[in-house]
Structures are given as structure tokens and as C-alpha cells.
Design a protein around this ligand. Sequence first.
Ligand code: GLA
Length: 409
Amino acid sequence: MGRKNVGEMVVVLVTLLHIWLVCVTASSLGNINNYEEHLRRNLLANGLGKTPPMGWNSWNHFSCQIDEKIIRQTADALVSTGLSKLGYTYVNIDDCWAELNRDNKGNLVGKKSTFPSGIKALADYVHSKGLKLGIYSDAGYFTCSKKMPGSLGHEFQDAKTFASWGIDYLKYDNCNNDGSNSTVRYPVMTRALAKAGRPIFFSLCEWGQMYPALWGAKVGNSWRTTNDINDSWESMISRADLNEVYAEHARPGGWNDPDMLEVGNGGMTKNEYIVHFSLWAISKAPLLLGCDVRNVTKETMEIVSNKEVIAVNQDLLGVQAKKVRMEGDAEIWAGPLSGYRVAVVFLNRGPQKHIDITANWNDIGIPPKTVVQARDLWEHKTLKTPFVNKLRATVESHACKMYVLKPVA
Ligand code: GLA
């Protein structure tokens, strides 16, 4: 066979593979749609997540090194720092909380050496502080750490266990599965949770593999759109980008999730963490702190307790912002808020010391000639002049400005 023929065959094979992949995706999405038509609009319908969830998760800071003391002390710290009053109420335990073996009835059990009082006691404690407890499992045979079992094949039993313990939030990972599509495995847990008798926020952690933005709202309350974040500018900003393309799919009850916050973990500058928090807030992402709240610094507190930025995230309109203008390293992200207001982030994502960025009303969805009052959310100042047609700002390298614009005439 000549070189050309081999080349042509490779092209044909790649095309066939592509067609097959598209068909497989379409048919499994079809499964969900058919299922939904026969039953109800939303498999889950648990009424949760009307605004993006806020709280803390153990993974980004502690990885597998967790125990009940850390979880209790974190709950205490969320209250004593005042963070819980600002809305950070979910205390979420990630991977590594369970024994590798189920008990003789097939139930998951908390790891004796690190969670000796059991998860139910922890839930009672967290509830006594006015907070909620989240837990973690996996739509596979083992979780990603392989240190505990997953829930594949045990969905109904595990959902019942979680409900009996008083769990309020389930993060459901995608490791070590049987090779079937997430569109098949995740709805099983959705049905199990719906049957378990307790409203449990359902967070799909399938890393964006099968485009969960397209089906997640029928199955869960949030869905990861990317693989894992790490505590660096590049990782953070690329997760924000990947998540942005799905903006239209976010809505009250179901949110795009670009992964948990790294603010306070030490890998970025203060300005970079401000960008991180601003982009997550305007993108209506879950605001799950990933630092050690027990030892939170003044600087971190200043960022994560910015009430005005949190209010953008928690606005009841629930519309995720989009990039509306990109010029080199200068970007404008904007999205509507209730009361005809608009939230805007001006971002300098490059090395240039200062960039002048101008938002025209046209770009950000404000009718021309509207007179607008601009509130700077990081300076906590209402700018003196009302603005007509545009707003201009100078933004430092790896930094942003964030405003709420309110029409006044
Ligand atoms: C995956 C998830 C992470 C974390 C780890 C735990 O990588 O995406 O968020 O839960 O597993 O092992």
C-alpha cells in the first residue's frame, strides 16, 4: 500500500471515530432527555441552590490529611470569623473520610482512626453551629485517592446513609468507574438522593468530560466544567476561561463550577486572589473556600468577606457573566443583576504594568445615553461623576477592577 493510501485510511478512521464519539455522546444525552420526558422536568427538583452554594471544602488545603477535629475546628472558625454570617455555611468533607471496607451490611463507615465519633456526630455538631455538612463520594468503585470506596452500585444504600446522618451536600466524583458514561452513572445517584428523604445539594464532579453544562441542571445543583484547579495564576485563569463558555447554562438551581477557591493558600499575589474571587463571584460559581479557615489571615479575610462582591454572586437574577470584550490581555466580563444593574470586571491578564480599559454601554447591555452610577466594589466607593455611554479604568498587571453599574436616569 502506498503512503498516500495509508494517509487516506488514517483520515477515514479518524473521521469514523469522531462520528462514533458524537453518536455515543448524543445517545447518552438522549437517555437523560427521554427519562426526563417520562418523569418530570428535573430529576432532582430538591429546591436547593437558588443561589450558588457558599462554604468550605477540605481538599485544596488538606488533601487526604483530614480528621474530625479539623472539620469541627473549621466549623467553629467559620462562625468566630463571621464568615458564616456572610453566607459561608457548607462545611464540606472531601475524599478520604471513610474506611476502605464497607461494614458487614455494605454500609459506608467513617474512618475509625480519623473520624472516631462517626459522621452523624459530626453532622450534629455542625448543625448545632447553624451550619450544614457536606460529604464526598464517587460514581465509581473507588474514590480518586483509592483510599475509600465509591458509590457505583451502592447508590440507593449510600444516599440513604447520607440522609440518615443528616448530610446536606454531596460532591460526587468520577474516578475508577466502569467505563460507562457519566450521563448514565450520575442520574442514578440523583434518583437515589430524591428517594432518600432529605434535600441534599448534589454537586456533580465529572470535570466537564461529557459537557455536563448541557444536562447537569436536570441531574444536579452544580457541575464541574474543568479538571482540578491548583494554587497558581495560570491554573486559576484557565479554569475561569473554560467555565465561561458555558455561561448560558447556569441558572438558579444549577450552576457551572470551575472548582473550589484557592484564596489564602499562598500561591498567588493579593491582586491575583482578588481576580480569582471577582471572576468566581461574577461567574456565579460556588464560593467554596479552600484555605485553612482556622488560621485565616487579615488579607484573605479582606478578600473573601467582601460583602459587595458576595452580593454579586448571590444576586437573585442568577445570570452568569460573559466576556463581552477582549483586546489582547484586556478583558471585560459583564452580566446583568436584578434591578437593571450590571456587574462588570475589567481584567488585565498580561504582564503590561497598566492597561486602560473602556467599557461601552453597548458592550455590557446598557441602553445608549443611559446615565449610570458606578460603585467600585474593591475600593468600596461610589465614583463621583455619573457616567454616560462608557466607563474607563486603568488596571494593573494580573489585577482587576470590579463595578456594579446602576442606571440613574
Ligand atoms: C478529584 C476531584 C477533586 C478532589 C479529588 C479527591 O481530583 O476533582 O476536587 O475531590 O478528586 O481525591
